[in-house]
Design a binder for this molecule. Structure first.
Ligand code: MSP
Length: 499
């Protein structure tokens, strides 16, 4: 089986993480866990922070600290958030890591040797929020970047340019043939449409004099690399490209060159990932990523949540509001993170935008968790405790996902985590109906064998539900399995009602 290499984007280290960041991380973590736990695929899962560029440079200036001090602080916050959300990465990369500097310099030299970098005077518009170049067409009627609602600055400097235009036909072929597969498909069409007018070469360096916070350009000591050139390269740093050990080289070969690479990103950074990045890799002589999964934005009241717009909901607010469960639920201190994971994985379509509101979260919590799975578990285990025995070495049947739960398997193949979760809740609904229709607690009094069989079916079903839940709500999954194995319902509920 091929190896899997899964990445989140690296997050800008210029501020605290918000819900959008947390969503990207949780979605990627669930997909990585699924590959590890269910497909038993050797999977490497990476996340990290993007620590160069003008945004960080300017923020550090306003705080009167060095850019590195600034990113030390925020990288730590991202790590703490991952811990709080049970995001289990295999590497947390920071673009200020020493090995990354080395990789970027070698990558630059390869692109230079391929004849793809050249010097030119640049005059144009730059949005610091996006760390991206803009054309008039990209701006709204007020001449502002539509994502940040800020007018881009005018840049006039001598830079190194990357020959993106050379890769136009190459990119089209890779996207059209799905050799580089973009999910959902309409995002691929957006990129093909964007390319129709022709791709422009991109400025790939900044003058040190004007903006010094970047990785030095190896062949020009007046310049540092453009932040996206450095940032995108993080993926192959993590895959151990240019490693001087045999183990490192084998790793790169297996995970990147021959592996199933998957970048999970938000919709606004698709251009960088589907156009710049594949061209850079092709220029340097490396394999392209195989897939890009593009998610939408978490909105609040229909608007993108972003630092620049000032409508940010902090993940911490959710942890705090759901802290009541730390005492009241069997999940203890894992309670808030499981609620968080539940909400964003089950109720946001990963292919589109999704809205967060406190009302929606509370309503769904009570319906799906307190009344749904929590109630089912408690009813089934209380009956099982009374009427069924379970031996300590009881083994539950193996599951073949493709055969027994094809709907779930297909959803996960398309990285449609929401539909996979919906399938689990369909099983919960079916188990509830089964209980309602068959009334095993009554049957058992008149026909013990038949009643016990029904209970056993239900218990197996709840066990299966717990197993399927594993990539999404790992602690809930473990606790349910344990309760069933103990054949005893503890006093505390899993999900107390939230009044
Ligand atoms: N540093 C770049 C990525 C470089 S990858 C080589 C960057 N960073 S970011 O911090 O601005 O965004 C990181 C991720 O968070 C992106 O996938 C972005 O789409 C996601 N989100 C930021 N705001 C978001 C929402 N409001 N909703 C959902 N995700 C959004 O871009």
């Amino acid at each position: 089986m091929k190896k899997k290499f899964i990445t989140t984007p690296i997050f800008y280290g210029n501020g605290s993480p918000h819900l959008g960041h947390a969503y990207t991380s949780v979605l990627s973590d669930a997909i990585a866990r699924y590959h590890k736990v269910w497909l038993k695929q050797d999977t490497f899962f990476m996340t990290g922070t993007d620590e160069h560029g003008q945004k960080i440079f300017e923020k550090a200036k306003t705080e009167n600290i060095t850019p590195k001090e600034l990113t030390d602080k925020y990288a730590q916050e991202f790590k703490v958030l991952d811990e709080k959300l049970d995001v289990k990465y295999d590497r947390f990369i920071r673009t200020t890591d020493v090995d990354h500097y080395e990789v970027c310099k070698k990558m630059w030299t390869k692109m230079l040797d391929a004849g793809d970098l050249y010097e030119k005077e640049y005059i144009g518009l730059y949005c610091v929020g996006c760390e991206g170049f803009k054309t008039i067409k990209d701006l709204n009627v007020n001449g502002e970047c539509p994502d940040h609602l800020v007018k881009p600055i005018e840049l006039k400097e001598k830079n190194w340019f990357f020959k993106l235009s050379k890769y136009q036909d190459f990119l089209r072929q890779k996207l059209e043939s799905n050799e580089l597969k973009i999910t959902p498909e309409f995002r691929k069409n957006e990129m093909l449409e964007f390319m129709r007018e022709g791709l422009q070469d991109v400025s790939f360096s900044r003058s040190k004099e004007l903006m010094s916070w970047g990785i030095p350009v190896p062949n020009d000591d007046t310049q540092v690399m453009y932040v996206w050139c450095d940032a995108l390269t993080n993926y192959i740093t993590g895959a151990k490209v240019f490693s001087n050990t045999k183990e490192g080289q084998d790793n790169f070969q297996a995970f990147w060159q021959e592996g199933e690479t998957l970048h999970i990103i938000g919709k606004e950074i698709l251009r960088f990932h589907s156009l710049y990045w594949p061209s850079m890799l092709q220029s340097a002589g490396f394999e392209l990523p195989k897939e890009i999964l593009v998610h939408g934005f978490i909105t609040s009241g229909g608007q993108k949540m972003s630092k620049s717009l000032g409508n940010v909901v902090s993940p911490q607010d959710i942890f705090t509001t759901y802290e009541f469960g730390v005492e009241a639920s069997l999940l203890g201190e894992n309670f808030p993170k499981e609620i968080f994971r539940y909400f964003f994985l089950k109720n946001i379509n990963p292919h589109n935008d999704g809205d967060f509101t406190w009302e929606r979260l509370k309503e769904l919590y009570n319906a799906d968790l307190a009344n749904g799975i929590g109630n089912l578990l408690s009813r089934v285990v209380k009956l099982s405790e009374k009427y069924l025995k379970i031996s300590p070495d009881f083994v539950f049947a193996q599951i073949n996902l493709d055969v027994e739960h094809p709907e779930f398997a297909v959803a996960m193949k398309e990285y449609d985590v929401m539909n996979a979760m919906n399938y689990i809740w369909k099983l919960i609904g079916e188990a509830d109906n089964y209980m309602q229709t068959n009334q095993p607690f009554k049957v058992i009094k008149v026909d013990e064998e038949a009643g016990k069989q029904m209970l056993e079916n239900l218990r197996n079903q709840v066990y299966t539900i717990a197993r399927l839940l594993n990539p999404f709500m790992p602690t809930t999954s473990d606790i349910i399995k344990q309760i069933i194995k103990n054949n005893k319902m503890p006093e505390k509920p899993l999900f107390p009602r939230y009044e």
